[in-house]
Design a binder for this molecule. Structure first.
Ligand SMILES: [Zn+2]
Length: 500
C-alpha cells in the first residue's frame, strides 16, 4: 500500500489573445468544475471525463489517496501571476503538509503559460520536485495538445498523453497513468527518459487522430510500449502558446537510457517522415456558407461549418461574428449556431422574455482587431439557465453551467447565446434549449475538431471556415517572442526567425 498525493492544474494558453486567465475563473467553473480541494477533488472528478477521473477508477484501491487541489481550465489568455502563485502555491503547500508521501499523480495539460513562466507546468513540477525530492515518483497525465518540455520530461517518472483528438480518452489516459504508477511503485523509478522535439509546428486543424497521419502516429506510440519501456508518448503541441519549446514532441520513459533514446528516436523519425502529409482543406466564410447551402439542398443530414478560428478551446473569444454575418448575408435557412458568448445579450433577452423582438449588437466585443459586433433585430426564441449535463463522447457526464442563455433568431439563423464561453463540444448545448441539431440544414460550431466526436454521426459533411478570430490556423501569423529560432512554422513551411 502506498500513500499517493493527487492533484492538478490545467490550462491551454493562447498567448496571443488580450484576455488574461485569473484565479476567479478557476473558482467559478463553467464548462469545467470549479476549483476543488481535498475530498472535493474526488467528489468532482469521480465518474466524469477527466484524467483524474480515470486515475481514480483504476488506481489500486488499497492505496491511500491524499487529494490536494485540482483546478481544471479550458483555453484562454495568459495565466496571471496571481492565479499561478495561488493555485500552485496551495498545491505545493498542501503537499508539504501531507508529507511523507510515496508518490504523486498530477492531472496537467501541458500547454500552460503564465505571465512569468512560459513553461508553467515545468515550473509547477520543479516546485513539486523540490518538495518531494528526487526519490519519490511523480507521474503525470497530459493533453494531446501539450507542448512537452525538457523539464516536464526530466522532472517526471512516468507520463500518459491523450491518444485522441477529438479527445475521447481523457479518462483512459488517467487510467493509463494509474497503471504507470502501479509499475513504478512495484519496479522502481525508470532510469531512462528521453524527449525529441519535432522541427515544425502543427496547426490544430492538421492534428485530428480520426485521420492519417496522426492516427498512425498515436497507434505506433501505444504499440511501442511494454517491456523495458514504461511509456512512449506523442503530443501534437499547441501552436498559440508562445514558448521556446512549442510544438509536437515524443517522450519515452524506460528502464534504461539507451532504450529510451532509441525508442524516442524511432517514433520522432516516423512523425518527421509524415511532415508533408499533415493537412486539411480550409475555406473562407462566403465560400463555405455557399458550399454548405449547396450541399444542404439535397442532403438528409446537416452540414457542419467549423468556425475554427473562434474556437474557445484554442483561446478564441467565442464571440466573433464573421461566420454569422456570412450566413445572414446569404440568407441561409435552418441554421443553428453555438456558442456565442455575450452575457449582456443573454441578460437582455431574459429581461425581454420569450417571443420578444430586440434590436442590439451581438458579440464582437472582445477582439481581435477587425472583429465587429453584429447589429440586428433578433427574436428571443427560447431561454435557459445554461445548466445541463453533457452526454456526448468527448465530455459526457459534465455538469455545465454557462449562465443565463438565450436562443436568438435572425432570418433563418438561430444562435445559442450564453453568459460564459464554451466550445461546441456536444449536442446537448443545442438540445438543452430546445434545438434539435439533426433537424437543421446547417450547424455552425465554434470548434476545431472536438465537435466531431458528437456531431459526426449526425453530419453530412464538415467544412472548416477561416472567419476572423484569435485562434490563427496559419501559425506564420502569430507574433512569437519566445519561440526557438529555426523551427518551421507550418509543416514544410517557413522557418521562424526573430529577425534583426
Ligand atoms: Zn486538447
Amino acid at each position: 500500500m502506498a500513500r499517493i498525493a493527487i492533484g492538478g492544474f490545467s490550462h491551454e494558453t493562447n498567448c496571443f489573445v488580450p484576455m488574461r486567465t485569473n484565479y476567479a475563473y478557476y473558482e467559478a467553473g463553467g464548462e469545467m468544475p470549479p476549483l476543488a480541494r481535498r475530498e472535493e477533488v474526488i467528489e468532482r472528478a469521480s465518474g466524469s471525463t477527466f484524467g483524474m477521473s480515470g486515475f481514480l477508477d483504476t488506481v489500486n484501491p488499497s492505496h491511500e489517496l491524499v487529494p490536494l487541489i485540482w483546478g481544471q481550465g479550458g483555453a484562454g489568455g495568459y495565466i496571471t501571476d496571481d492565479c499561478f502563485e495561488r493555485i500552485v502555491g496551495e498545491l505545493v503547500g498542501m503537499l508539504s503538509q501531507v508529507m511523507p508521501v510515496d508518490a504523486v499523480y498530477l492531472d496537467l495539460h501541458g500547454a500552460m503559460c503564465s505571465l512569468s513562466y512560459e513553461d508553467a507546468e515545468g515550473e509547477l513540477l520543479r516546485r513539486v520536485r523540490a518538495c518531494v525530492g528526487p526519490l519519490i515518483p511523480v507521474v503525470i497525465s497530459l493533453d494531446y495538445h501539450a507542448n512537452i518540455t525538457e523539464e516536464m520530461c526530466r522532472l517526471t517518472d512516468g507520463m500518459a498523453v491523450y491518444l485522441t483528438y477529438p479527445h475521447i480518452d481523457r479518462q483512459g489516459t488517467g487510467s493509463r497513468a494509474a497503471l504507470i504508477m502501479h509499475r513504478v511503485l512495484a519496479e522502481g523509478i525508470p532510469a531512462g527518459r528521453a524527449i525529441r522535439r519535432l522541427p515544425f509546428l502543427l496547426p490544430l486543424n492538421f492534428q485530428c487522430t480520426l485521420v492519417e497521419p496522426s492516427k498512425g502516429i498515436v497507434e505506433a506510440s501505444v504499440a511501442g510500449e511494454g517491456g523495458d519501456i514504461l511509456n512512449l508518448c506523442y503530443a501534437a503541441g499547441f501552436p498559440p502558446s508562445d514558448l521556446h519549446e512549442c510544438g509536437p514532441a515524443v517522450v519515452c520513459h524506460a528502464y534504461s537510457q539507451a532504450v529510451a533514446d532509441e525508442i524516442a528516436d524511432r517514433l520522432s523519425a516516423m512523425v518527421l517522415e509524415q511532415e508533408a502529409n499533415f493537412s486539411e482543406p480550409l475555406m473562407q466564410p462566403d465560400e463555405a456558407v455557399l458550399e454548405a447551402m449547396r450541399i444542404a439542398e439535397t442532403a438528409t443530414k446537416p452540414v457542419v461549418l467549423a468556425d475554427t478560428q473562434d474556437n474557445p478551446g484554442c483561446g478564441g473569444t467565442c464571440d466573433t461574428t464573421g461566420l454569422l454575418e456570412a450566413l445572414v448575408r446569404h440568407d441561409a435557412q435552418r441554421v443553428a449556431m453555438c456558442v456565442m458568448w455575450d452575457a449582456d445579450a443573454a441578460a437582455l433577452a431574459h429581461e425581454a422574455g420569450e417571443g420578444a423582438e430586440i434590436t442590439f449588437e451581438l458579440g464582437g466585443k472582445h477582439g481581435p482587431d477587425g472583429v465587429v459586433p453584429f447589429h440586428g433585430t433578433f427574436t428571443v426564441t427560447a431561454l435557459s439557465d445554461g445548466c445541463f449535463v453533457t452526454t456526448g463522447r468527448s465530455i459526457g457526464g459534465r455538469h455545465i453551467d454557462i449562465g443565463l442563455t438565450a436562443l436568438l433568431t435572425i432570418g433563418g439563423v438561430s444562435i445559442v447565446t450564453a453568459s460564459k464561453r464554451m466550445q461546441a463540444y456536444d449536442q446537448d448545448i443545442f438540445r438543452h434549449i430546445g434545438v434539435a441539431p439533426e433537424k437543421q440544414k446547417i450547424l455552425a460550431l465554434k470548434s476545431t475538431c472536438h465537435f466531431r466526436a458528437d456531431f459526426d454521426p449526425i453530419a453530412e459533411k464538415n467544412l472548416v471556415v477561416l472567419a476572423l478570430g484569435a485562434h490563427l490556423v496559419d501559425s506564420t501569423e502569430y507574433a512569437f517572442q519566445n519561440l526557438r529560432e529555426g523551427v518551421r512554422l507550418l509543416p514544410n513551411g517557413p522557418s521562424f526567425t526573430h529577425g534583426v
